[in-house]
Design a protein around this ligand. Sequence first.
Ligand SMILES: Cc1cc2nc3c(=O)[nH]c(=O)nc-3n(C[C@H](O)[C@H](O)[C@H](O)COP(=O)(O)OP(=O)(O)OC[C@H]3O[C@@H](n4cnc5c(N)ncnc54)[C@H](O)[C@@H]3O)c2cc1C
Length: 410
Amino acid sequence: MPTDRPTFAIVGAGLAGAKAAETLREEGFDGRLVLLGAEPERPYERPPLSKEYLRGEAEREQAYVHRTSFYAEQDIELRVSELAVDLDPGRKELTLDGDERLAYDGLLLTTGAIPRRLGIPGSELAGIHYLRTLDDSDALRARLDAGGRLVVVGAGWIGCEVAASARQRGLEVTVIAPHSVPLGRVLGTEVGEIYRDIHRDHGVEMLLGTAVASFEGAGSVERVRTRDGRTIDCDAVVVGIGAAPRAGLAVAAGLSVGNGVHVDGRLEASVPGIFAAGDVANQLHPTLGRLRVEHWDNALHQGPAAARSMLGSTEAYARAPYFFSDQYDVGMEYSGHASDWDRVVFRGDPASREFIAFWLRDGRVLAGMNVNVWDVAEPIQALIGHPVDERRLADPDVPLEHAAVGEVRA
Ligand SMILES: Cc1cc2nc3c(=O)[nH]c(=O)nc-3n(C[C@H](O)[C@H](O)[C@H](O)COP(=O)(O)OP(=O)(O)OC[C@H]3O[C@@H](n4cnc5c(N)ncnc54)[C@H](O)[C@@H]3O)c2cc1C
């Protein structure tokens, strides 16, 4: 459709793409706005897919970012089941699946991430699930309805949440993972142990410190064999071993890519006029350095930030990373980013499963996680980067803001 209005294209109709489109209209962009999504669905949020939607406790409708009529009302050309297969930054042109060309004046990549797959003997058997899309969640939900034993491969957030949901649905669950504790990469051993115990207390068999060697079965998975020689009979498997950024378009177009599309503080890629946000973006964060995070909150806020940058804003995206997880009756929020800490400080007793954990380096807070303690994410975020008095930090009777040495940001 030839047009003299500028065209902004957004590739990836997930949370980041949908919020970016919304923001472009809110901020007055009145050009042509095309939102391309490979999935057959209008944009939706993924957190319920391993939690209440998977358990059959929430309606599908609750997952969508906007009501159906929103896109037409906002003159956003939402094109679902439409995969962008090539990007030519020189011509400022996208090629779509059916060979259609789409010229753009501004481009935002919000293509998200895709589950890493296991390539071991038996990987092709039926009954081995991955979880990223509504379709995936529907298929797994049907499997949970059938009961039996579920093996979860991987003890990251998705693996742990699926294990919890499956137990809540009454299945027998075995988790197999290579580290000594679940969630260890992010939380470390001390806090990971707490989550290990939570799962064990709920009857999950935690086979940690080992890996899956093969899946076996006649057509459908019936057994999992571990590298240390154990076999676990099962009715289905969920593999949750992390996700990789969907940066193929950017790679093919010659953009700077490495664990995601490299973007600057304003979320602009190495080619001017192209932006990236959400799970696919690897941002040069103003205080944290290069960072790619796969968090709902990041997609929610980076999409709009990228939209504002497309309209000329020079403001850097500076929010602290934040994510949440719900497993059984244990809810948590994690703020900040800790990859290399020298100390973990607890406020409250972890055994009570109502506590806050702080990750510190050189006496400064890198990250904090509140578990079943609510309305504290903001004060925790205000402490990030600050030197703290550890004794005051650990004392629940001292207001969090008084744990800092010196003034904290408002
Ligand atoms: C099961 C599950 C549970 C989660 N739970 C939590 C949670 O509890 N807390 C939390 O903080 N985070 C959670 N997350 C992470 C959170 O959902 C993601 O960070 C968020 O979805 C990222 O949004 P996005 O828009 O960047 O990418 P996505 O949601 O992945 O959307 C990207 C979209 O782009 C489409 N696409 C890709 N390539 C193309 C192309 N070439 N052409 C057209 N379309 C394309 C994809 O099909 C996809 O629909 C969870 C994720 C999953 C999978």
